[in-house]
Each structure stands twice: as structure tokens, then as C-alpha cells.
Design a protein around this ligand. Structure first.
Ligand code: PEP
Ligand code: MG
Length: 324
């Protein structure tokens, strides 16, 4: 499949209306790194650090993690890598941690909630990231931030880690960005101050969609029930994008839907100009974006919405059939 899109690999995802959409790749294992070269990704928009923890049978050490993260940054050769701190709990259980008996794991003690309540592992991970960067630029993202103070507390951990590194005489990053994943509807309505303070937001559509429709992403019976191009959901995403525009907040989307060409096109049309996806999706998404006019697609979406359609998919498919 990569071969098929080789001719556009080095080309930008430039639409017919002249917008360039940034396409990054999602990664998590060392085996993903070669894709940075051959997929045409601009960088790594989501590095799922928990995968390194999940493939082991004991807690990795700080030095080991620092070496791994340094290899990731070396392979990226200056391209931006967004390291997401440990996102465990819910569907991702570490074999060497006490399992939690929770009635609703997806709504339970997971991700940043674990990181803030038991900060030992997160501190070790932050230190490993700072050591790996060793003076280079560093981008850190916290998963599952549901309210403002979770972000401020997580950010304070980074400040503490940096202070410790300075005290030890180690290099600190030449530039540092600290972002949050928007995965719960609550964060869409957080105060303006949060939007101004956060360095960037990345919409985790896999989780956001399951909470928006109250439909478990792990449950085969319901997970495909609600269309991503459902008007309620698209309008919700559009509102987030508009808020970000009004506060000048950098925003991207990194859920699986970013790698589905028609979904990606609609997200770009409502103003999401930065998408992160599995490497194999970059070619197909770019191919479609380069054939489309986002202003036209946005009109199609709004017309379908105003006409009372439940999903804009039929209208968008109709538009796509009309492309030469
Ligand atoms: C998401 O929720 O969309 C996301 C990217 O995170 P994960 O799939 O790892 O939960
Ligand atoms: Mg998630």
C-alpha cells in the first residue's frame, strides 16, 4: 500500500483550496520508527509510551527508558515527537501492577488519574524523557485530562523534574511544549484560561467518541453504532476547533478516525488542520485531501446538517462521486 502512494510521499497534503494539512504518524514501538522515513509523516503526533511498558513483564528502569526515548528522538532527526505519558488502566493493564477490580474500567482509575495519585512512575518517566532529550526540544502530552487542575498538577510535575535536573547539572530541553489530550467532553467546556495556558491540545477521538455517545469502544455490539460523521459529533468537534481558534490554541486529532480518508477529510473541512494516524493511512488520506476543496466539503457538511440529516456521510459520498 505504501508503494501505491510513493509518488506523493514527499509532497504536502495540499488541498485544492490551498490549505496544507499536517499529517503525523502514531507510534509506540521501536519497530514503528522506520515508518517516519517511508510514510511521509511530518513527525510523530502521538507516541504511546505505555506500549513499552506493556511488552515487558516488569517495570522498566529509568535508564532503560531514557535510552529508548533517546533512540526515538535520534530516529526522528529533529522532527517533532509528541510523547504521551503512561496511559494505563481501562483496556491497558500492566501485568506487574495490581489489577483493579472496577465496575467500569473505561471510567475508572486510568491514565493521568493514576499518574497524579501515584506519581512515582510518572516522575521516573518524566526524568527519563528529560535525560533522553539531553538539551534537544521535547514535547510531552498528558492523557485523559478531564479538568483544568489535572493539567496544572501534571505540568507542575514537569517543572519539578526540570528543577531536579538543573540541580544535578544536567541539560534541560532547549524548548519544551506540554499539551493535553482532549478525550472527555468535559475538557471541551473547560475555562478559557485552560485553553490559553495549554501549549497544545490533541483530540483523542477513540475515547472522546465513546464518552460522547456513551458507547463502549471495546464492545462489539455498540462500537460501530454511531457514525463519526454524525452531525452531533461533528458539530461538537467543530465547536472545539472554534474555541481553539479563538484562544490561539494549537489543536490536532489523533484517534483512529484520523486515518480514515473520508473522516479525515471532514475533520480537515471543519478546521482540524493537523491529524495523526497509523503510518499506512498517511498515503490514502493525503491522496484524498489533495483532490478536494475543503470549502466545498464544509458547505456540503453544513447543508446536510441544516437539512436535518443525522449523518453527513451520504452527502459527502455524493460530493466525492462528483470528483473527476
Ligand atoms: C484516543 O483515545 O483517541 C487515543 C488516541 O488514545 P488511545 O487510543 O491510546 O486511548
Ligand atoms: Mg485515549
Amino acid at each position: 500500500a505504501q508503494e501505491r502512494y510513493a509518488s506523493i510521499r514527499e509532497k504536502p497534503a495540499l488541498t485544492l483550496c490551498g490549505k496544507t494539512i499536517r499529517l503525523d504518524m502514531n507510534a509506540g514501538l521501536m519497530a514503528d520508527l522506520p515508518s517516519l522515513e517511508n510514510s511521509g509523516a511530518e513527525g510523530v503526533g502521538l507516541f504511546r509510551t505505555e506500549l513499552q511498558f506493556l511488552v515487558r513483564n516488569q517495570m522498566p528502569r529509568r535508564t532503560e527508558l531514557a535510552a529508548l526515548y533517546a533512540r526515538v528522538l535520534d530516529a526522528a532527526k529533529g522532527k517533532r515527537v509528541v510523547f504521551r505519558t503512561l496511559d494505563i488502566g481501562s483496556d491497558k493493564v500492566l501485568p506487574y501492577m495490581t489489577p483493579q477490580d472496577e465496575p467500569n474500567p473505561a471510567l475508572g482509575w486510568r491514565a493521568i488519574r493514576v499518574g497524579l495519585d501515584k506519581p512515582g512512575v510518572m516522575r521516573m518517566q518524566l526524568q527519563a524523557l528529560l535525560r533522553a532529550a539531553n538539551g534537544r526540544s521535547l514535547t510531552i502530552m498528558f492523557p485523559f485530562i478531564a479538568q483544568y487542575d489535572e493539567y496544572t498538577q501534571a505540568r507542575a510535575e514537569v517543572d519539578k523534574a526540570i528543577a531536579r535536573e538543573i540541580k544535578l547539572g544536567h541539560a534541560i530541553p532547549e524548548s519544551l511544549e506540554i499539551g493535553a489530550m482532549l478525550e472527555t467532553p468535559s475538557l471541551a467546556f473547560a475555562c478559557k484560561k485552560f485553553y490559553e495556558e495549554v501549549d497544545f491540545l490533541s483530540i483523542g477521538g477513540n475515547d472522546l467518541k465513546q464518552f460522547f455517545f456513551a458507547a463502549d469502544r471495546e464492545n462489539e455490539r455498540v462500537r460501530r453504532r454511531y457514525d463519526t460523521l454524525n452531525v452531533s459529533y461533528l458539530t461538537f468537534l467543530e465547536n472545539i476547533v472554534d474555541r481553539c481558534a479563538s484562544t490561539n490554541t494549537r489543536v490536532s486529532f489523533c484517534g483512529e478516525d484520523a486515518g480514515r480518508p473520508v473522516e479525515a477529510l471532514c475533520m480537515a473541512a471543519i478546521g482540524l488542520h493537523s491529524l495523526s494516524m497509523r503510518p499506512a493511512s498517511i498515503g490514502p488520506v493525503k491522496h484524498l485531501l489533495r483532490r478536494c476543496n475543503l470549502d466545498d466539503v464544509r458547505n456540503v457538511i453544513h447543508t446536510a446538517r441544516d437539512a436535518g440529516e443525522q449523518s453527513v456521510r451520504p452527502a459527502v459520498m455524493e460530493y466525492l462521486r462528483g470528483l473527476s
